[in-house]
Write a protein that binds this ligand. Structure first.
Ligand SMILES: [Zn+2]
Length: 273
């Protein structure tokens, strides 16, 4: 089964520059990347900055698989009032345009924002669907698929369980809207293998990492409590052949983390050979 490895730029989240690090992916044989943040790694308002990143990706032979909406855009999109939400959706549309210019295959959006004491969960879900509908319609015109991700459940958020994500995504028609399954978030809210079967019909991309089942550590597969043999069998049943996007922290030696990710990938693929 052919599932190529990808790495999220979360590896260099706190680094001021991304381009100098791209050769480390190439050296480990990794050909796909997700942009976890735009600024400071690329300035979407500057065509020359966008072109510079596009050129660097071409030169290193790394394909931009996905762009993750930046945290500040997500927070605004699912903010407390209508004005913030409209601003957030407008910012998300502009990220989608940059993603298209850079040649991304998919835009990753969270299912919703934090739920505070006294908030009405159903109302927030409705607001999420409204904002995401607007964004998804815009991305449909751009030809950019949108993958909606199950959120981190350590504090309540819209879409922090996979069944709730499914309930939300089912409201969108069309092939260009589907799921991004985050294995760590799923491990904190339930069973990761059950989660794969729930999203199998519209699984567009993955955020793969491991944790201890209590907090979100963005660790490499096999460093936490996820049942990887069962997960890989689930992917096989789902006939998933998209990118295996690892969303792991770089730690003090990101280059070593990438090499470790590549060797864990071999071990994972051997489970479904
Ligand atoms: Zn994620």
């Amino acid at each position: 089964m052919e599932i190529p490895l990808g790495m999220s730029s979360l590896l260099w989240y706190d680094e001021p520059e991304l381009i100098p690090h791209l050769p480390a992916l190439d050296q480990a044989g990794v050909r796909h990347i997700e942009l976890r943040r735009l600024s400071p790694h690329v300035n979407p308002a500057s065509p020359s900055s966008v072109n510079q990143l596009k050129r660097a990706l071409l030169d290193t032979g790394i394909a931009l698989h996905s762009v993750h909406l930046p945290t500040e855009v997500t927070l605004a999109m699912f903010g407390a009032d209508d004005v913030s939400r409209q601003r957030g959706v407008a910012a998300a549309k502009s990220v989608a345009e940059t993603a298209t210019t850079l040649g991304a295959n998919v835009l990753v959006a969270h299912a919703g924002g934090p739920i505070r004491d006294g908030d009405n969960r159903e109302k927030l879900i409705e607001a999420s669907v409204e904002g995401l509908s607007d964004l998804c319609a815009f991305c449909g015109q751009l030809g950019l698929p949108v993958a909606i991700e199950n959120t981190l459940p350590t504090t309540p958020r819209v879409g922090d369980t996979v069944p709730e994500l499914v309930q939300l995504v089912q409201q969108f028609k069309g092939d260009h809207v589907g799921y991004c399954l985050d294995t760590s978030h799923a491990n904190l809210s339930g069973n990761v293998t059950d989660a794969v079967s729930l999203v199998a019909d519209r699984l567009l991309t993955l955020h793969v990492s491991d944790n201890d089942g209590h907090t979100d550590q963005h660790a490499l597969p096999f460093d936490g409590t996820i049942d990887w043999p069962a997960f890989m069998q689930g992917l096989k049943r789902a006939r998933y052949t998209g990118v295996f996007m690892m969303e792991v922290r770089g730690g003090p030696h990101p280059e070593q983390t990438i090499r470790n990710a590549a060797s864990r990938m071999k071990k994972l693929l051997a489970l479904i050979d």
